[in-house]
Design a binder for this molecule. Sequence first.
Ligand SMILES: [Zn+2]
Length: 390
Amino acid sequence: MKEMNMEHVSNSKMIKEINEQKVLRLIYSEGPIARVDLAKKTGLTQQAITNIVNRLLNENVIIETSATVSGGGRRPIPLEMNSSNLFAIGIELAVKYIKGALIDFKNNSIKEVVKLVPLYKNESHPMEYIFNVIETLLDYVPDSKGLKGIGLSIQGLVDSKNGTIIYSPGLGWRNFPLKERLEIRYGSIPIYLENDANLLGVVGCLNGVLADSKHSVTFKFDYGVGSAFIFNGQLINGANYVAGEFGHYKTFSGKYAKPCHCGSKGCLTTLASISGLRRNLGIELNELISRIRNKDPEALRLYAKIKCVTAKAIANVVTLLNPEYILFTGRIIDQVGDFVIPVLEKEIKKMVPDTCSNFKILVIETPDESKTAAGLVMNYFLDIPLDKFY
Ligand SMILES: [Zn+2]
């Protein structure tokens, strides 16, 4: 009997938390919004809304704005996020530099820092640079109570739940407990990690081009190939939090099937990425582009092959997941997207069943990853903790 009561208490606490997050997210996405509209949209009682709003006002997370003048009667006071007093730090960990940004929840940049790094000597070496960048930014936080966390964007296999880097060849990390190292140093500041491509999908859904979409796939063609699959508004994580490794989708056979750093052969990233072209064919992206423009026959054959297998791999993903949107980004897309994307779209549409061919294509210039990583903090702060149901 006692156990059942405990369970009841923890369930009601969880529902309370979820309702509070629902209200907070609505105020973020639709604010300024009045209490009466929050009750209508959430289906919660006026009393429940009053209790939640009072808590959020006390915590200084939301503010009351002045009511607009309307004819007669009591005018409801709209609420909005206290966005200029809430802050996030975002860090991009790249092979040659560490970039950090301190932003407020309105996406205004307060301070940015870039630290160029030589070759990392050992697995602890990157930490010196990361600490340095974070500590520079911490000095600029206007009010430390408003700092809601530090987000980090990492190219590589990231276990975002446990905060470990499973494998990042560029940073020299294997099973590296990055979150733990940062928590030891920064105590109560929440730390969030995510793979760079997943980040784009998640933050794109929060306040970017994917904001009105529930089902999307994001592909990043850059130094490597990354992707993020969003289903029902949630990132598909997989059992070990490493789902969506589209770069290791097996697409090549024959003479182009090169060994991949993952240990396998014929992975998409071995040819359709900056590092793959460099490692396997000894060619830089710019050189390949100029040879294609000069109609060099061998370069044209390679381009045709890459285009064909990329379209096929994406068509298979579309057939399986039926997304509303396909988002393309990354430095390769920045350079050749203009002529490659229309061709890819046509090829993909030819290959998928009619039932899932009505997807829309979006292309964005490679965003500043440190700011996207700060967006991850906002996303967690506003997240509805659905995983607590499982
Ligand atoms: Zn691979």
